[in-house]
Write a protein that binds this ligand. Structure first.
Ligand code: NAP
Length: 309
């Protein structure tokens, strides 16, 4: 408790680890809280990352994160596999409490808690979670060998997960609420060319059916309002993400959707010495490379702030 750290980074993933690499190389002895179960962030649940510069043959998401982690550690970042459960971020010295009950003090804090899977918001979606309903094909696809599964969403995540699921499932039915995809052309083309994927357009999932485990979905056509039921063994929800900013409510300024507001093109929040980066601030790009870039910016902003104080 007596030690006052220059910088504590909350959250791993490309933003947190990159901030740690830069802060460590600037001799700021950063402490990075990686999370107790989510260390490495969203990329830990992906397979091939084909668009991270420097890897012409692609790289597995978990390998990329492991390398970033090692790089941060090599330069002296202190890695803690725990969560921050409480923060007091105003004032000159910030106070943070971790999941083991330790209290830390810091002159600056970099927030990089990323985002969580978005849910459709149905009662039975939650009830049957882990019993047919999943948000992570990489984690749970294996359980659906030779089964028929549905996937909801029209973005890159849905395309990627649908393709991945065809390794296991006998059929993947992609349900999208509109008649055009949001996904990038290359990802959409790949999914459309996959003979095991069927596209169901203009359709919403309005209920998940099943008592002990999921047996099917209740669907609604968004054009003519007609409702129908269809049997499925599993449902993968891939409709985007929400920022993980619950702990920050009432502390730093958040926008209407819960993203941390930053000043201009910087990573500065409304509180002096508190910086935010990665998916936590990003409505638009949300790529591993943009998150890493903003983690770098946050470390540079923190370094300048500390020099000025
Ligand atoms: P996204 O681009 O925001 O797409 C979310 C999709 O889910 C949209 O098609 C949206 O429909 C649909 N949706 C949202 N809420 C819904 C609801 N309540 N019910 C039904 N459908 C709903 O999210 P994402 O696919 O997770 O991608 C996020 C970012 O990560 C993007 O920038 C993407 O490019 C990136 N990413 C990249 C890769 C890659 O390998 N390059 C892989 C995965 C993700 P509408 O289209 O109607 O809004």
């Amino acid at each position: 408790m007596s030690e006052i750290h220059d910088v504590v980074i909350v959250g791993s993933g490309p933003a947190g680890y990159t901030a740690a690499v830069y802060a460590a190389r600037a001799q700021l002895n950063p402490v990075i809280y990686e999370g107790s179960i989510t260390a490495g962030g969203a990329l830990m649940n992906t397979t091939d990352v084909e668009n991270f510069p420097g890897f012409p043959d692609g790289v597995m998401g978990p390998d990329l994160m492991d390398n970033m982690r090692k790089q941060a550690e090599k330069f002296g970042a202190k890695l803690v596999t725990d969560d921050i459960v409480e923060m007091k971020l105003d004032g000159e010295i910030k106070t943070l409490v971790d999941g083991s009950g330790n209290t830390l003090q810091a002159k600056s804090v970099i927030l990089a808690t990323g985002s969580a899977y978005k849910e459709i918001g149905l009662t039975n979606e939650k009830r049957l979670s882990g019993r047919g309903v999943s948000w992570c094909a990489t984690c749970d696809g294996f359980f659906f060998r030779e089964k028929e599964v549905a996937i909801v969403g029209g973005g890159d995540s849905a395309m990627e997960e649908a393709n991945f699921l065809t390794r296991f499932a006998s059929k993947v039915v992609l349900i999208h609420r509109r008649d055009t995809l949001r996904a990038s052309k290359i990802m959409a083309d790949r999914a459309m060319a996959n003979p095991k994927i069927e596209f169901v357009w203009n359709t919403e999932v309005i209920d998940v059916l099943g008592a002990e485990s999921m047996t099917g979905l209740k669907l609604k056509n968004t054009v003519d309002g007609t409702e129908s039921e269809r049997n499925f063994d599993g449902l993968f929800v891939a409709i985007g993400h929400v920022p993980r900013s619950e702990l920050l409510t009432g502390q730093v300024n958040l926008d209407a959707e819960g993203y941390v507001e930053v000043v201009g093109r910087s990573t500065k929040t409304n509180l002096a010495g508190v910086f935010a980066c990665g998916d936590l601030v990003d409505h638009t790009y949300r790529q591993a490379i943009t998150a890493a870039g903003s983690g770098c910016q946050a470390a540079l902003d923190a370094e300048r702030f500390l020099t000025g104080h």
